[in-house]
Design a protein around this ligand. Structure first.
Ligand SMILES: [Zn+2]
Length: 762
């Protein structure tokens, strides 16, 4: 039986591509050095897949930055500002689009569906002329062939590409990028023809947009596109979909397209399987059954996958099913082989991309009667040990989480009267100023944290160094005359990892990196067991900070939904259950901070919005348990304890009622980068009774905003919000900035607040 892999991580097992890219960008190495690293990586990936026995091996899933940007290069859709005048697109133009250059900013970047991978958003207009301008797909196909590997070249499909694009500045409002379909198809046809001539027998076109809620005209675009591409004779087209269930209409569309096969995600969502069983498959089409999870790091339950594939075969015919991954393995970690920190039992429960290749092949072989008994036996015993391990299952935690059902966990006093009681304690001026939490992270701080971990310095020296940093951050804020202070988070490496390291049920890999964008990778914590908090996590530093100032210090916590969304989560229980367990741990921390006389506590939910499911029909359920998870953390505090939350984005007009339902006393939000989009929701009459601090200062840029500019931003807010609820603060934490930028910017921010207070007093 045939095995297939949708795509593979490109960074390399030790992030080789990252270091090669950054070294070239810094001018330390030449383009030729980068190209050699890239070529070696591609060769090793193809060799690995071929040795594993994968029958359909992808090519062109490698990228120097992003596969959507590669497609922009392929079709020559370079925005005019980069001065490209035609010909094959080289590194200069490519990296200018990705990262900007001395004179031109980069193109916009956004999240790839509901993953933490980001792509470069194509900018199109009615004037865009598509020209075949990057032969990367063909050259990678040939490169593999020279190494003796016949691959399946992978392209982003034309309809998904256009739907992911946006109208550029010249495009009229409401410009429909799909209107360019006729114009882009000839380039795709040219590429497919050239790939066929180079010897490719299958070509994979990724069309993940098919899993989304689409309109009739969008389904029509798929029919039109594949009617044209299907005209290229003697090559089989595979349309790949992933990330959730297919809507029935999409399934029907795929069945009708003149293509040889299509791929479905059978891991995330459980409705596609019923669609297949109900409707079957038209004669001559092949189903690529994505049974190995590309979004996680858990070992596949091989026996369960074999059962699914056998069921499909019985329904569709033996030769019409191919075993595949649920999506590209880009979203998993690379290779478990390099893990030195995880013990052997934990490792036996896991599979990174390299191990997932073996799983795909093992399932395919087993279905064709060549079952690797030893491999299956080892897998079954690992599954069994994970199901029963006391490291995974904690009865007390499960009981506490189960006891949450049926309660709303709301604070009993309404927010307006809580705010009045808090003000009696806090005695803050009108338009109070604060920051979001972190202060600049200096190399010195990173050194101190590294050295205490490796025991190069003693705990006492570490303690002294962190306290000295807190002293100076608190003193600075007092000098700046900020009203609600923070301790600056010098002890924290990362807002999720810091908590994960102190909670039971989490583990950390040494090399489990996943590409986030360009050369940037993240190493998500792994939640493997029931979550509990052995002891207080932040009380020590927060109380120290409070001991050196009379002004209120904000206790700083990461919220349960954000911890959940930025980790690799368990696949043996619903996400909501894991979220509730984390909520209970954070609730204990909140109450310990309160007992220690910290009366302002911020619980960040930076990632609440990004956890929204892809399909609208699933939003309400997610928001219900996510918002409930947040309320669990705060429902036990006194009315006089002020709960803040923070969100790093402003496009929440569609979820504003869920945000209100979180019932925080004060919310701080990104606002300055997005043209005050946020304020439109209040203009439209939504009433927000709690305190609110839309950011007046964009911390993502080194630019120092002048006082008048920040005052102006706040004046716009005052036009739609009452002065007694408005806070003045930056957009986000300051850890990526330098003190040389932060000090003058915060000085201007406080001056802006004082200027407005004077205006309001008149
Ligand atoms: Zn933020």
């Amino acid at each position: 039986m045939t095995s297939h892999v949708v795509g593979y991580p490109r960074m390399g097992p030790k992030r080789e591509l990252k270091f090669a890219l950054e070294s070239m960008w810094d001018g330390k190495t030449q383009a030729a050095d980068l190209e050699q690293v890239a070529k070696d990586l591609r060769a090793s990936i193809w060799k690995q897949m071929s040795e594993a026995g994968v029958s359909m091996i992808p090519s062109n899933t490698f990228s120097y930055y992003d596969q959507v940007l590669d497609t922009t290069a392929m079709v020559g859709a370079v925005p005019a500002r980069y001065g490209w005048t035609g010909g094959e697109i080289g590194h200069d133009v490519y990296f200018s689009m990705a990262r900007g250059n001395k004179t031109k900013p980069a193109m916009e970047m956004t999240k790839w569906f509901d993953t933490n991978y980001h792509y470069i958003v194509p900018e199109l207009s009615g004037e865009t002329k598509f020209v075949y301008s990057s032969r990367k797909a063909v050259s990678e196909y040939k490169e593999a062939k020279e190494l003796g590997v016949d691959t399946v070249p992978v392209l982003i499909g034309p309809v998904t590409y256009l739907l992911l694009s946006k109208g550029d500045k010249s495009a009229p409002k409401g410009f429909n990028t799909l209107s360019l379909l006729d114009a882009i198809l000839p380039v795709y046809k040219e590429v497919i023809t050239e790939l066929k001539e180079a010897g490719a027998s299958w070509i994979q076109l990724d069309e993940p947009k098919l899993v989304m809620d689409l309109e009739a005209s969008q389904y029509e675009a798929f029919k039109k596109a594949y009617a044209v591409l299907g005209e290229v004779a003697q090559v089989k087209l595979l349309v790949e979909t992933y990330f959730t269930d297919l809507p029935a209409e999409a399934y029907k569309t795929l069945c009708d397209l003149p293509i040889a096969g299509f791929g479905v995600d059978l891991v995330r969502g459980n409705k596609t399987l019923s669609l297949i069983k109900e409707h079957g498959l038209p004669e001559g089409k092949t189903l690529f059954a994505g049974v190995v999870d590309g979004r996680n790091i858990w070992a596949n339950d091989l026996a369960a996958s074999v059962a699914v594939v056998e069921e499909l075969q019985a329904k569709l015919g033996k030769d019409n099913v191919v075993v595949s991954t649920s999506c590209s393995l880009l979203h998993s970690a690379v290779d478990l082989k390099n893990e030195t920190k995880l013990d052997s039992e934990l490792k036996s429960w896991m599979a990174f991309a390299a191990q997932k290749l073996l799983e795909v092949v093992a399932v395919a072989k087993a279905v064709s009667g060549q079952k690797d008994e030893a491999f299956f036996a080892a897998n079954a015993s690992a599954q069994e040990s994970r199901r029963n391990s006391p490291r995974v299952h904690n009865k007390a935690v499960k009981e506490a989480a189960a006891a949450l059902a049926g309660s709303e966990h709301r604070r009993s006093t309404p927010v307006s009267s809580r705010l009045e009681q808090q003000q009696k304690y806090l005695n803050l001026p009108i338009l109070p100023t604060t920051t979001i939490g972190s202060f600049p992270q200096t190399p010195e701080l990173r050194r101190v944290r590294r050295e205490v971990k490796s025991k190069k310095i003693s705990e006492e020296d570490y303690d002294k160094a962190i306290k000295a940093e807190i002293d100076s951050v608190v003193k600075l804020q007092e000098e700046l005359d900020i009203d609600v202070l923070v301790h600056g988070e010098p002890e924290r490496n990362d807002m999720v990892e810091y908590f994960g390291e102190q909670l039971d049920g989490f583990c950390f890999s040494a090399n489990g990196w996943v590409q986030s964008y360009g050369s940037r990778c993240v190493k998500p914590p792994i939640i493997f067991g029931d979550v509990s908090r052995p002891k207080a996590m932040t009380v020590y530093w927060s109380t120290y900070a409070q001991s050196v100032t009379k002004r209120p210090i904000k206790g700083m916590l990461t919220g349960p939904v954000t911890i959940l969304n930025w980790s690799f989560v368990r696949n043996d229980q619903p996400r909501s259950e894991t979220c509730y367990q984390i909520s209970l741990a954070i609730k204990d921390e909140v109450e310990d901070l309160e007992k220690a006389n910290i009366t302002v506590i911020q619980i960040d939910e930076a990632a609440l919005r990004e956890g929204l499911p892809l399909r609208k029909s699933e939003h309400a359920d997610y928001l219900r348990w996510a918002v409930h998870g947040f309320r669990i953390t705060t429902c036990g505090v006194k009315d006089t304890t002020q709960i803040h939350t923070h969100m790093c984005y402003s496009n929440f007009n569609d979820i504003i009622h869920s945000i209100i339902d979180m019932d925080a006393d004060v919310i701080t939000i990104e606002n300055s980068r997005s043209d005050e989009k946020l304020l439109s929701v209040f203009r439209e009459g939504v009433h927000y009774g709690a305190g609110i601090g839309p950011g007046v200062y964009d911390i993502h840029s080194p630019r120092i905003p002048p006082t008048e500019e920040m005052a102006d931003r706040a004046r716009k807010m005052l036009a739609v919000l009452e002065s007694k609820v408005l806070w003045i603060n930056p957009d986000c934490g300051l850890k990526t900035r330098k003190y040389a930028e932060v000090v003058p910017a915060l000085t201007n921010m406080v001056n802006a607040a004082k200027q407005l207070r004077a205006e309001l007093a008149n």
